[in-house]
Design a binder for this molecule. Sequence first.
Ligand SMILES: CC(C)(COP(=O)(O)OP(=O)(O)OC[C@H]1O[C@@H](n2cnc3c(N)ncnc32)[C@H](O)[C@@H]1OP(=O)(O)O)[C@@H](O)C(=O)NCCC(=O)NCCS
Length: 223
Amino acid sequence: MYYFIETMTEDDIPHVQVIERQSFTTPWSANTYRREIRNLQNCRYVIARASTTPNGETQRSPSPAAPRPFGIFSQLAAIFLAEPPAPANLPPDPTPIVGYGGVWLTVDDAHITTIAVDPVYRGQGIGELLLNALIDHAYDLGAHQITLEVRISNTSAQRLYLKYGFQPGGTRPRYYTDNSEDALIMWTEAINTPTYRARLTELRRQLVVRLQRQAVTDETKER
Ligand SMILES: CC(C)(COP(=O)(O)OP(=O)(O)OC[C@H]1O[C@@H](n2cnc3c(N)ncnc32)[C@H](O)[C@@H]1OP(=O)(O)O)[C@@H](O)C(=O)NCCC(=O)NCCS
């Protein structure tokens, strides 16, 4: 399976919400997503799609105005996985959405507002792929640092963020209304420094190698 990143459109929202409901106890409404993706001045939202071909984006028939995949990771690829079940009440999609994420610029810092991967596809590098796209957008928006909140208990997400240089910077007590759990606030260092850029370059190189290696291994199994 190949993965690529696209800008989220309003047509994507029902598919995003299927993953959202599987991932979060207090999912955002479709209206919230619409409002976020229309706020082009401060927000960027992306989706990850899976495809059986490296140029899966051409399998669909995007409208002339549809956004194109961007970034070096649009060419990344190759993880062979079982075909996921089609979401209930949604037509089958040859390039299903398997994850999504968003970033929001506040003054000169970027805030990762959400990130989630379809449970069927987790642990394969798609969360990293999405985080890389969001970091690219944070650069484009002119952010100096990136921050986020994560549940104290969500150690798998915290490990992803730690890997990309986010460090704990405090807590927001009882931040999550469903169970009154505290949020851990995490911050990157300044993202425009040569040190952070070098770290990002190395992580991206490792991610490409990982995805390519998985592809070769899985392709061998398929034979
Ligand atoms: C957090 C989430 C987006 C990660 O996506 P993913 O595609 O599974 O993550 P990746 O495969 O790209 O993993 C990247 C890194 O994340 C960390 N990680 C991911 N899953 C992990 C797990 N189950 N246990 C420990 N670390 C984990 C690791 O550091 C991993 O790097 P490594 O493989 O080199 O060890 C996904 O688990 C998810 O959708 N969770 C539910 C929604 C959520 O909690 N979002 C975060 C809100 S703040």
